[in-house]
Design a protein around this ligand. Sequence first.
Ligand SMILES: [Cu+2]
Length: 400
Amino acid sequence: MESGQRNDPEQHQVASTISRRALLGAAGGLGIGAAAWSLGQSRSGATAPTAASPEAATGVTREYFIAAEEFDWDYAPGGIDRMTGAPLATEPYAIPFTQPGDVTIGSVYRKAHYVAYTDDTFTTPVPIDPAWHHLGILGPLIRAEVGDRVLVHFRNQLWFPASIHPHGLAYDKANEGAYYPGAPGDTGDDLVPPGGSRDYHWGVPERSGPGPADPSSIMWMYHSHVNEVTDTNAGLIGPMIVTRRGEANADALPRDVDREFMILFSVMDENESPFLAQNIAKSGWNPLEFDRGNPEFFEGNLKHAINGYIFSTLPGLDMRTGERVRWYVAGIGNEVDLHTPHWHGQTLEWMGMRTDMTELLPMSMKVLDMRPDMPGIWLFHCHVNDHLESGMTALFTVSK
Ligand SMILES: [Cu+2]
């Protein structure tokens, strides 16, 4: 990333204008936010854990230190389509999405992500276990067993307001992390300003864990929910796993599973990113004059990604035959985000039924179990034709 661009206020103003899409007609993007977050909602530890029902309070408190930060993300590291073996720079189908050109940015974009730290100094990132390198742009995995509590210390290191909104866990209005101050009872404090921090207290009662027909663990997603559209397109989204009470080990992992993978299918829309102006500027164009409506530019900014990777560059989907492998798959995005993940070479079980694919809509979350028996390097891709052609593919490896 070229220095001197990332914090230029003029660019931010342009980005703010672009991201002014009102969220649910209420938040008004950064416009309302600018007034609200000057009121100093930044706080830490001020909120008592009221969300969990009493029966939830039997377990431990899972504590996380998570920051929202900006960084440069490469959607196609290595520059090779591992599915075809061809360099992306020579493949006509891949060039608009991966190569810098007259009106295309390429594969590297300024984005945001959640990062886990070891403590409240936010200086030492938690090392990512090699088994979870496949998370890619996703935030750190939050785990709990039913009966636990989750305490997240959040720090916003970005230049725009952000939050963490959890799906599925038990939260009261003070810990919702979703900004819609027009709603009665909403204090409008669900927005953490740049440089601000706060704690989130979430409960994990029975209704946040696996239901009767679920396997021993289920997934939820968390994401920033100040301007949900632009926040999530920026990259502010991450996974959670909740294991049924009594079926977890001390680290809340399900005991009946050998390996887990967490997968997000999303056409990440860089046209709807708060970093759009910065990404235009880093390409050498003037953000104030550049034609953002250029169809080629617009299309090149639609990254048909799995965990933020396109054209089979997603690493780390490695397993062995006979292992009990659990796949957590989710989608997010727009009306184009109807995805049909398909695994080659193996079958999976979902809710007592056998399949080799599943269906996702925006924020669908599904858990499928696989017992791989065919060794090889296999395709894992979205079966929607346009998405498949645009790079929504990955490979997974089954070793003996
Ligand atoms: Cu798809």
